[in-house]
Design a protein around this ligand. Structure first.
Ligand SMILES: Cc1cc2nc3c(=O)[nH]c(=O)nc-3n(C[C@H](O)[C@H](O)[C@H](O)COP(=O)(O)O)c2cc1C
Length: 159
């Protein structure tokens, strides 16, 4: 099964999970970039401010034919209880995505991930096949192999 993992990551946490999933699934990994929020504290504050306002930024998306993949797994951090703006900007462009979509979120821990999950799933066609929420603390502590294995198992159950 040809799998794409498409993620946004400002500080590397979501990227770590993307790489771990890619290794398990033999998947292609691609990154959505957004220069506006790259950097230190000022960019962090700007990201938070824009997120509260719902101000979608300009992003760079890899030039890929998304329909050529059997399934896509989207990965994003949570910002102000919502999916990070670069992922929201990507989906608001109504990309032509396959029916088999899954999702993973990373978060700092001060908000439950369900709201961001529902927000994203409303922007996607069809039902999500598998979901994974993982805290930055777990990623930093290297405690992701269990949740990653569980997510991969769920994906396997759907095909
Ligand atoms: C602007 C901004 C807002 C955030 N808001 C939340 C939040 O509402 N709830 C939460 O649990 N974590 C929040 N976080 C923490 C991130 O979700 C967490 O650190 C994430 O793992 C970072 O992923 P990354 O390293 O891939 O960018 C926020 C981070 C940023 C930069």
């Amino acid at each position: 099964m040809k799998t794409l993992i498409l993620f946004y990551s400002r500080t590397g946490t979501t990227e770590t999970v993307a790489d771990a999933l890619a290794a398990e699934l033999d998947a292609t990994v691609a990154r959505i970039s957004c220069r506006k929020y790259d950097g230190g504290w000022f960019r962090y504050l700007l990201a938070g401010y824009d997120s509260v306002k719902g101000r979608l930024p300009k992003i760079e998306v890899p030039d890929l034919d998304f329909r050529s993949f059997d399934r896509i797994i989207l990965g994003t951090p949570i910002w102000t209880s919502y999916p990070a703006l670069p992922m929201r900007a990507f989906l608001s462009g109504k990309p032509d995505l396959p029916d088999h979509m899954s999702l993973f979120l990373t978060f700092g821990g001060h908000s439950p991930p369900e709201k961001a999950e529902e927000f994203l799933s409303d922007l996607l066609p069809g039902k999500l096949e598998a979901r994974l929420n993982i805290s930055q603390k777990a990623v930093d502590a290297g405690q992701i192999s269990g949740p990653v294995a569980e997510f991969v198992r769920k994906l396997g159950d759907t095909h």
